[in-house]
Design a protein around this ligand. Sequence first.
Ligand SMILES: Nc1ncnc2c1ncn2[C@@H]1O[C@H](COP(=O)(O)OP(=O)(O)OP(=O)(O)O)[C@@H](O)[C@H]1O
Length: 455
Amino acid sequence: MDRLCKASRTAQIVVVSRHEDFGFDPSGSGTEWEIRRVQQIRDVERVVRACPPTAGVIDLQSDYSEAEFTQLEQALQYLHITWVAITSDTMLAHERVRRLIRDYCVDYVRMPFSMPDLLYSLRHAQGMASLHGTRAPESASRGTMIGECAAMRAMFRSLAKVAHNEAPVFISGESGTGKELAAQAIHDASSRRKGPFIAINCGAIPSHLVQSELFGYEKGAFTGANQRKVGWIEQAQGGTLFLDEIGDLPLESQVALLRFLQQGMITRLGGHQSIPLNLRIISATHVDLVVAQTDGRFRSDLFHRLCVLTLTIPALRERGEDILLLANAVLAEHGHEAHRRIRGFSACATQAMMQYAWPGNVRELINRVRRAIVMTDNRKITAEDLQLHGGAELPRKTLDAIREEAEREAIRTVMASHGFHVVPAARELNVSRVTLYRLMHKHNIRVESHAAVGE
Ligand SMILES: Nc1ncnc2c1ncn2[C@@H]1O[C@H](COP(=O)(O)OP(=O)(O)OP(=O)(O)O)[C@@H](O)[C@H]1O
């Protein structure tokens, strides 16, 4: 204990409280702590992220809104800060307060507390925090992506793993879920981070221009080619090429891309020289590539080359309270665009956001909140400001329906990752081949056009 206490003498201590003076005063205690005070809950995470391993005091004597609790929870999860709470018997009656203390604090004191007791706990917490050394927080690889729900945390863990590998990554997810942001985060966490990150939307390039845009051309390659053009693939040399909406790539370009993936070289249109390239491909689409293969719109061999590693971004409606976290983050970032100070979201807005199906995912949420910030005349943003009154509500699903959906999705993903070969897929899913055939039949997953026939 003594050695741990010594480590704490010149440390920073984060103090989170709405009040300047709430009874915490370490002066005269012999410590040389530098105190970093944070009053606004929305600022806690930003401060905590930048802190070295240290201890923190969190003042839980006053009540917080649900959204603030969610923000607090997010900030308290950073492992390199070890927290001690100050609370009261009244506040301990709240389940959410008890949960915060139980899950994230090493100790707590009740009002009225004695300063020596608090200092003792704090020194202990600081000593525990120092054991983390300078290790980056768990979430360092998430880039600018916000998310604390189980599905997003699992995605961040996968993201960190794929970032440290060189193989192509395929990102699936509905439109606006953050696929490009995830691709950027993979690049930033990878050994190629100093190289370029080139993002192109294959669906936005007219089909007759895709080849020349991707591979470039030499002067005189076709009418109008007045000078040499270096294509997107070549521009990504040494870095990462993100091919969004890969499902929209014309078949002819799919062949050329496959050739590049196999040989690691390209030839500009009209050129004779093969140019060796070293880059990583990340691709994404919101269309179902399994169906696209079945329909003959997407080449299976290219699919397997691109989908060595896969990352699935959950739809916003599956992220629970992350919806409010994101809404608050947008408000914190764009609140200054309002013509008067906005004090958060009303209860009806919160409820409406949690019940809405968010077909446009995070992009839609950002747009709705930004529009509400500019248009509202209210102190708190309402469901009406968000234009979510009487909107498309999330259909309530039964547990059975959710299980069925998860089962179908798991089988489809594993089958696709094994090139529709039933035996290895059954092995990975830990079921017999017969069971897998039965489940595929139940979920109408067909393999006739793929390799599994005759297995
Ligand atoms: N987890 C997140 N945290 C913060 N912002 C996010 C998050 N996910 C997405 N965004 C923001 O939402 C918007 C849409 O994200 P992005 O363009 O990455 O989605 P996408 O899935 O690639 O969309 P599309 O399918 O249309 O190409 C961007 O402004 C992005 O910054």
